[in-house]
Design a binder for this molecule. Structure first.
Ligand code: SF4
Ligand code: SF4
Length: 437
């Protein structure tokens, strides 16, 4: 696609990257067939190709974002399915991230929207605040639901979506304490890794980090969880809050550098892993941090990717003949291009793995999308839940807490993390949700 940026505009590194992406698009439209919003809405402006045109016009003009552009960019899930499909290698991720930053800098959203976005960024990334909000949601659920029915759109559906996503049961475990978790053997561990303990996941499902540490220890890896590392920055980044996102990125890099010699930083939420692998790009303009960020990105690994490299222990065996439906998160298959790896590990561990129809389409979670765009998110959830239910599996596994929270109430069987099944198959306890059934 031709562009008309001026030389002065091209001096901005964000513009020069976006121009590369826009010029790479040959307008073939292959991506439309695999874009969830185009599949649902059938509007060219809700397709990757249409959005690229909107972003090109917005960025070339240098003017503040207009309401139409904001509407269609807000509807994008950042699922990156279009990047998997695109034969021209268009980097839609960096382009839409830049567009979001421009929107946040130039477009004034209605007050209620600004408040909601600020609240999501501040609650979801702070475990203490999230725990408090979830406790209130459990206690006042009925009142909240009644209120949601009375409030007009978009407030009512958004409140309803938030209540729907809040787990009905309190977590059975406390978040993992920061510290060093060593394997039981007396020799030098095979590897030393930092675990990104995450923010929301620690409160929503602390059992995932515990299973991850047990699994890594069993594979003779020492696991470090630094006190100073926190949210990966993805939530703020996708809300267009660049400064807040970069503050998290820098804090994490510094925390992992201070943790001593590491062989990898492990993420067990694929959405966070996608963000970690982009740290180098995000800090490319900051001379003091560029190389450090690139180093961190280079040794960031999804848990399944790392376990695949090490190999499962000899004798790993599923303790029960379970049929496992695998929900492949967009960040796993499109963001990190790890399609097939988690499924292969689960098969090696002795589980029967089934994959749903339309596995490439997003479940509608997408960070805070399910709260901000509940109508589209609910349609995608119902579609995904239908495909998963059709498999008649005993359990559904995923490698991303976002998918788990989104689908939990819509599927007929428990949802667990891949780490919990691999931990179980290698000698750990059964997944908590299987025990509770
Ligand atoms: S990121 Fe997903 S929703 Fe957005 S344009 Fe690409 S395929 Fe469509
Ligand atoms: S598949 Fe790639 S090149 Fe073709 S329209 Fe979509 S983004 Fe452009």
């Amino acid at each position: 696609m031709q562009t008309a940026f001026t030389d002065a505009q091209r001096a901005d590194p964000d513009i020069s990257e976006s121009e590369k992406a826009i010029r790479g698009c040959v307008h073939c439209g292959f991506c439309t067939a695999t874009c969830p919003t185009y599949v649902l809405l059938g509007d060219e402006l809700d397709s990757p190709r249409g959005r690229i045109v909107l972003m090109k016009v917005m960025l070339e003009s240098g003017r503040p974002a207009d309401a139409t552009t904001v509407k269609h960019i807000d509807r994008c899930l950042s699922c990156l399915s279009c990047m998997t499909t695109c034969p021209s290698g268009v980097n839609y991720m960096h382009l839409v991230d830049h567009a979001r930053k421009h929107i946040e800098a130039t477009f004034r959203r209605p007050l209620a929207e600004r408040v909601l976005r600020a609240m999501l960024a501040s609650v979801l990334t702070q475990p203490g605040r999230l725990r408090l909000v979830l406790t209130l949601a459990r206690r006042f659920r009925r009142t909240g639901e009644a209120l949601a029915k009375r409030l007009p759109p978009p407030l009512g559906p958004r409140l309803s979506a938030m209540l729907d996503l809040a787990p009905k049961r309190a977590p059975q475990d406390a978040p993992l304490e920061p510290g060093i978790y060593s394997p039981t053997g007396s020799g030098k561990p095979r590897a030393r890794v930092a675990l990104l303990a995450g923010c929301a996941q620690q409160i929503l499902a602390p059992e995932i980090n515990r299973a991850t540490v047990r699994l890594l220890n069993r594979l003779d890896c020492e696991v470090v969880v630094p006190q100073e590392a926190g949210c990966c920055g993805a939530l703020a980044h996708h809300l267009g809050s660049e400064q807040a996102a970069l503050a998290s990125v820098r804090a994490n890099i510094a925390a992992w550098e201070d943790a001593g010699q590491l062989d990898a930083v492990i993420a067990n939420a694929s959405g966070c892993g996608t963000m970690l692998k982009d740290y180098g790009f995000l800090l490319r303009g900051d001379a003091a941090w560029k190389e450090r960020a690139e180093r961190t990105a280079d040794f960031s690994r999804d848990l399944c990717e790392f376990v695949t490299t090490l190999g499962l222990p000899q004798g790993a065996r599923a303790p029960a003949a379970l049929r496992v439906a695998y929900q492949s998160a967009c960040s796993m298959q499109h963001g990190q291009k790890l399609a097939g790896k988690p499924q292969a590990l689960l098969r090696q561990a002795g589980f029967t793995v089934l994959e749903p129809a339309e596995a490439h389409l997003c479940c509608g979670s997408a960070g805070t999308y399910n709260v901000l765009q509940p109508e589209i998110a609910n349609q995608l959830r119902a579609r995904k839940a239908g495909h998963l239910a059709a498999l008649r599996a005993d359990v559904i596994a995923s490698g991303n807490i976002g998918c788990m929270s989104q689908l939990e109430g819509a599927v007929p069987v428990p949802m667990v993390h891949t780490a919990e099944l691999l931990d179980w198959a290698t000698g750990g306890p059964p997944p908590l949700k299987l025990k509770l059934e």
